[in-house]
Structures are given as structure tokens and as C-alpha cells.
Design a protein around this ligand. Structure first.
Ligand code: FMN
Length: 185
């Protein structure tokens, strides 16, 4: 197979599109990020990357906390909205009729309408060029019970989507196989 050479800047894929809450009270804001990944299981650490010019950047720096809110496919518009407007100009909570829900550990509010929320505390930050990467320890996770199976996320029930090359892609076909299925054959 003859392959073509692409720019090293081409994205990894698929990525999530998650809406991150930052700040508290009247200052609380929402930002959509595709640079969201779990990078260590024990302790549970996630990494998110933000451009310093975003309004949300200062709010993460100020509090050292954030919440990752995962939307379903029915919340695609809210997800795109939070990634195309700035909290400097609009109140995204009010514009989208989203409700602030107090988490159990961090002060930053969770998005009540989004079914899966992870409360995080910043443990490290790293300037990487255009973006600053924040490593956050996940201190609590909450889920709508209808999406949980065996104490974790049921991928067949959560109607989530991925972000690939600038497109929101549905994952309707559901789980193909379980982790480790290749060992059986
Ligand atoms: C699907 C999607 C993914 C995005 N991913 C990132 C990202 O990983 N890092 C980032 O800095 N901005 C990302 N953005 C852009 C920010 O969400 C956007 O600049 C936002 O308006 C900033 O809001 P704020 O100024 O209220 O913080 C993304 C936008 C969209 C729509």
C-alpha cells in the first residue's frame, strides 16, 4: 500500500468533545475541549489542554479545579455553542438554559443536564507551546444511573459521539467487542 505523508500537526483520532466547567458563582463558565484524555488510572489523572487566550484559562488558573461534563448526542448544539463563543461575551449557562449543580468535592459547578461528570483538581500544569496542559486528579465521578453497568459506563446505553477532523461523529453501532476478546480465540 502506498501511503501519503501528512503534516505532523494532524490530530489523533477519535477525540471526545467534552464541555468543561471552570470558575464559580457568577464567574462560572463553560468551554468545549477535544483535548481531554485519561492519562493515568491509579491515581486517576486526566489531561486537558487550553489556549491561554480563552476566558476559561484564567478561571482554571485561579481555582485549580475543573469539571469534565460529557454530553449525549442530544446535547450536540450545547457542545458546539460552548466551543464557539467566549464567556467574555456571553453567559453560556443562561443562553443554553443549563443548570449549575454542586459537586461533592470541588467548588466548580457540574452541568446538571449532562449525564456524566468528573470533578478534577489540578495537580500539575505544563506550557506546551500554543496550549497549556493541565493534569487533573479525578476526585469524584457522577453518572445518570441509566448509563451505568457494573459500576462503570455502559457504552451501549450512553449515546455519545466523537470528534474527528472537525466533525462530530455518532457512535450508534455501539460496542463491537469487549476489551480482551482476542484472548478467547
Ligand atoms: C469541538 C471543539 C473542540 C475544541 N477543543 C479545544 C481544545 O482542546 N483546546 C482549546 O483551547 N480550545 C478548544 N476549542 C475552542 C474553545 O472551546 C473556544 O475557543 C471557546 O470559545 C473558548 O471559550 P471561553 O473564551 O469562554 O473560554 C474547541 C472547540 C470546539 C467546538
Amino acid at each position: 500500500m502506498e501511503k501519503v505523508r501528512l503534516s505532523p500537526g494532524v490530530s489523533t483520532f477519535p477525540k471526545p468533545a467534552a464541555v468543561i466547567s471552570v470558575g464559580t458563582g457568577e464567574e462560572a463558565n463553560l468551554i468545549t475541549l477535544a483535548s481531554v484524555a485519561k492519562v493515568c488510572p491509579k491515581p486517576p489523572i486526566v489531561a486537558i489542554s487550553i489556549q491561554p487566550r480563552c476566558h476559561s484559562y484564567q478561571l482554571i488558573e485561579k481555582l485549580g479545579e475543573f469539571v469534565i461534563n460529557y454530553p449525549t448526542i442530544d446535547q450536540l448544539r450545547e457542545t458546539d455553542y460552548c466551543g464557539t463563543r467566549s464567556g467574555r461575551d456571553v453567559n453560556k449557562w443562561e443562553e443554553l438554559n443549563l443548570t449549575k449543580e454542586q459537586g461533592s468535592i470541588v467548588q466548580v459547578p457540574m452541568v446538571k443536564e449532562f449525564p456524566w461528570n468528573m470533578e478534577c483538581k489540578v495537580i500539575k500544569r505544563m506550557k506546551l507551546g500554543s496550549h497549556v496542559c493541565f493534569f487533573g486528579e479525578v476526585v469524584a465521578t457522577h453518572s445518570d444511573p441509566q448509563f451505568v453497568k457494573y459500576d462503570t459506563l455502559d457504552p451501549d446505553k450512553l449515546n455519545c459521539f466523537a470528534y474527528i477532523a472537525g466533525n462530530y461523529i455518532g457512535l450508534k453501532k455501539g460496542a463491537l467487542e469487549e476489551h480482551g476478546f482476542s484472548e478467547i480465540y
